[in-house]
Design a protein around this ligand. Structure first.
Ligand SMILES: Cc1ncc(COP(=O)(O)O)c(C=O)c1O
Length: 481
């Protein structure tokens, strides 16, 4: 595509924007169990209105846009109270969980370097910690050590984390809750290890930080996971997940200002204006921040408690329903509204395809360490009304896969063979051929993913990553050149 020579009329553009959605997964009906946290039209409207009202304001300079400074300080204050922080707790609004996590890791790295100049730092995480920590380690050029989790509960094992700590460890991590299985790590024990060893401890509350306190208020036992726990030095929490705010809304919090100082970037060593940034982005729309502020005001504490009631009920119904379907079993004990389940007889990848054919979009997760390949559902408000239908579709999908012989089971040697091919390919040519052979040529995913997922499932993580990087490269190469 080229920039059009003459501007296109407004109506034609708006119509193209609508048409462009034709091949997206429909989410408004509430049958997508990932990516979207939909509190309904009214909440969407207030978020949109606030977003548009502050679309053009620039968060780069809080002295020019004092409104944004006020919103940010308010959001941080609401977050720190929500997470049991005293008035010493400080933080910043960020574009999402990943940015919050990268910033927390950058802060830990700077704090570590100040004490241990010349030592290469390392992060210790449980294997269930979000991939954003691996991204942070990659971007910040620090090492990351991943420790096994309990094979039954999928919670971090504090003793394994303790054993992985060395003199190079700058940060240890716990999730509340983890994405994959929706369970809360033993934060108290992990933070106690951090205290004992004099290292920092981050609790990733991106997914659970907002909702878990409501589940506790509704009577579910939820262990303490926030700033009330001694030793927790930083936390991340996303407004754009269970805060039901438009995307681009998260917060990173620190125990005190002394620690947060390592996060702030200043540059007076160039010929332009003195640059001071709290976050990774420099220029940024005021939209996400204003929208988050507005949605939190609009829904209010009682509103969130109501949403939490529905989510808790749906979680219980879905967990109980899955347990009744022969051939399926729930993994661990989901503590929030994220549920992972697997099968010891049937291909979960084939089940996910069958679910798609029945209009339900669930997520296939590959085998990793003690976690068998599985299906994940993140239950969000617009899913709640579908729990019965979801279970019926699941029972029908299981029956269909069973009737068809159980789904693809690639020979075990296949993984090793493919992995060898992938690692041996230095030009990228072989990878492209392999992708074409697997049905993904030109960056298109096949309609039925079971065969492909079953093969990728057999690969070790590094080979999966190489294959997928090559695939995404194809995907993001414009076709009509
Ligand atoms: C536990 C956890 N941490 C971090 C993230 C990353 O958040 P984001 O996608 O907003 O960058 C997620 C996303 O699902 C998550 O579940």
């Amino acid at each position: 595509m080229q920039i059009p020579t003459k501007g296109v009329p407004r109506e034609a553009i708006l119509s193209s924007l609508e048409q462009a959605r034709a091949h997206d997964v429909p989410w408004r009906d509430g049958k997508l169990y990932a990516y979207v946290f939909d509190g309904g039209r009214e909440i969407e409207e207030i978020g949109k209105h606030a977003y548009m009202a502050y679309l053009s304001e620039n968060g780069l300079d809080p002295t020019t846009f004092k409104s944004l400074l006020t919103f940010e300080n308010d959001l941080v204050d609401m977050a720190r109270r929500h997470l049991g922080g005293d008035e010493k707790v400080v933080g910043n609004f960020t574009s999402g969980g990943t940015e919050s996590i990268i910033l927390a890791c950058k802060t830990a790295r700077e704090a570590f370097r100040a004490k241990h100049p010349g030592v290469r730092p390392q992060i210790v995480v449980p294997a269930t910690a979000h991939s954003a920590f691996h991204k942070a380690a990659y971007y910040l050029d620090v090492d990351i050590v991943s420790t096994d989790v309990d094979p039954e509960t999928f919670r971090a094992v504090p003793a394994a984390m303790k054993a992985a700590i060395t003199d190079r460890t700058m940060l240890i991590v716990a999730s509340a809750c983890s994405y994959a299985h929706g369970v809360v790590d033993p934060v108290r024990e992990i933070a106690a290890i951090a205290l004992e060893r004099g290292i920092l401890c981050h609790v990733d509350g991106c997914m659970g930080g907002f909702l878990l306190p409501y589940f506790r208020r509704l009577g579910q036992p939820v262990e303490e996971f926030d700033f009330r726990v001694p030793g927790v030095t930083s936390m991340s929490m996303d407004f754009h997940k269970y805060g039901l705010c438009p995307k681009g809304a998260s917060v990173v919090l620190y125990r005190d200002e002394r620690l947060r100082q390592h996060q702030i970037f200043a540059c007076a060593d160039w010929s332009g204006y003195t640059m001071i940034n709290n976050t990774i982005q420099s220029s940024k729309s005021g939209g996400p921040m204003a929208a988050a502020w507005a949605v939190l005001q609009f829904v209010g504490d009682e509103g969130y408690l109501e949403f939490a009631k529905g989510l808790m009920r749906a979680r219980d119904e879905i967990v109980a329903g899955i347990a009744k379907i022969e051939g399926l079993r729930v993994m661990g004990k989901p503590e929030m509204s994220l549920v992972a389940f697997t099968s010891d007889e049937l291909s979960v990848f084939a089940i996910a395809d069958e679910m798609k054919a029945r209009g339900f979009h669930v997520q296939a997760q590959l085998r990793h360490g003690v976690s068998k390949e599985n299906i994940h559902v993140s239950i969000q408000p617009s899913n709640v009304k579908w729990s019965g239908e979801l279970l019926a579709a699941l029972a029908a999908s299981v029956a269909a896969v069973r009737a068809a012989g159980g789904g693809p089971k690639p020979p075990v040697e296949m993984g090793a063979l493919l992995a060898q091919q992938i690692q041996a390919d230095t030009t990228g040519e072989g990878l492209n051929n392999l992708i074409a052979m697997l049905g993904g040529g030109g960056g298109e995913t096949p309609a039925a993913m079971a065969e492909l997922n079953a093969l990728i499932n057999e690969l070790p993580p590094r080979a999966r990553e190489r294959l997928l990087v090559a695939f995404v490269g194809q995907m993001f190469t414009p076709k009509n050149r």
